[in-house]
Every structure is written in C-alpha cells, then in structure tokens.
Design a protein around this ligand. Sequence first.
Ligand code: C5P
Length: 201
Amino acid sequence: MSFTIAIDGPAAAGKGTISRAVAAHFGFAHLDTGLLYRAVGAEMLAGTEPVAAARALRAEDLDAAALRSPEVAQAASKVAAIGDVRAALVDFQRAFAARAGGAVLDGRDIGTVICPDAAAKLFVTASAEVRAERRYRELLEAGADTNFAAVLADVRERDARDMGRVDAPLRAAADAVELDTSAMDIDEAVAAAIAVVETAM
Ligand code: C5P
C-alpha cells in the first residue's frame, strides 16, 4: 500500500529541506514538484512553448542544480499559472505519489489538487521577511551578487502570483496541519513535521 505525505507552502518556507528529511526518516521516495515547473520555466526561457514543454517533460530533465536560479524560479511561477501546463504534469505526480513504499511530495497544490487523499498533509509557512532572509543567505553563500530588498521583492512577487492564480492557487488544504517555521531552526521544524506524520500512521 502507498502512504503519501503532502507538503505545501510558499517559496523558501523550508519545505524542501523538511520534505527531504521526512522522506529520509521514513525511508520514502521524495519528489520536489517545483522542479517540474522550473524545468518548464527553463524551457520557456530557452524559447519553447510552455504547454508543449510540459507535455514533453521527462524525469531526466529534472536536474535540480541547473534549475535553481531566481530567473528560472520566476519563469516557473509564470508557467505554473497556465492551466494546460498544470494539467500536463498531473499524471506524473500522481504516479509518483502512488508508488509502493511511500512518497513525500512537496509543492503548492499537493494537498489540495494532486493528492487530496494524502494520509498526512502539512502546510509549511514563515513570514515573507524570514523566508527572504533565508533565501538571501543561501544566495550569498552561493556567491550571488544580490541584496536583501531584491530578494524580498522577489519572494513577495512569487507569493502574489502563486496565491492569486485561478488554477490551483497556493493555499492550505482544509485538513492540512499548519507549521509556521518563522521562529524554528531546521532541526525543530523537521522534528515537528515528523511528529505530525507519525500521528497519521
Ligand atoms: O517550490 P519552487 O520554488 O521550486 O517552485 C517554483 C514555482 O513552481 C513556484 O513559484 C510555483 O509557481 C510553481 N509550483 C506550483 N505547484 C507546485 C510546485 C511549484 O505551481 N506543486
């Protein structure tokens, strides 16, 4: 039997790190669904029509390292507002969720649209300032030339687009447990997430 964990939330709330740690803890597979939209966004930046790019997407195209730039993130949130792009990516995500042995999927609409019957649902948040601060530090460590105001503006712009779109907007599922990580370090956030999943097992 499959056991699916849905982890949603806005950009830089910590859901990627939490999802990887939760998957490792339970020995489950993990899919960062943002990578699907990032791959389509990167294709759009390279001149491919986004719906065609989404339909042609293969698992081998999901090279996390190549898809991490702020430009690709913004392109991802633009293609993610296109209903036909989202529709083209549903089957891949549901097949992943159904794999034997358990799966963790993180994204924006996993608990609401992709896996409404997930056994455990988490909505991971933090204030926009805290999320921008975390992202800013990551970018500096990676050697990027940036400033805090630009990163905060970027986070707010992506939040607005993700929450405001008509198709599968970013929001917590009614039965999701909300985890605000603003005042938590990563170990505390992971422990809290594992505790939530354990109550669903
Ligand atoms: O999570 P990540 O920042 O990599 O996602 C990039 C963009 O992809 C998000 O801003 C969002 O617009 C889109 N996305 C989505 N649905 C998901 C995952 C990501 O719309 N399940």
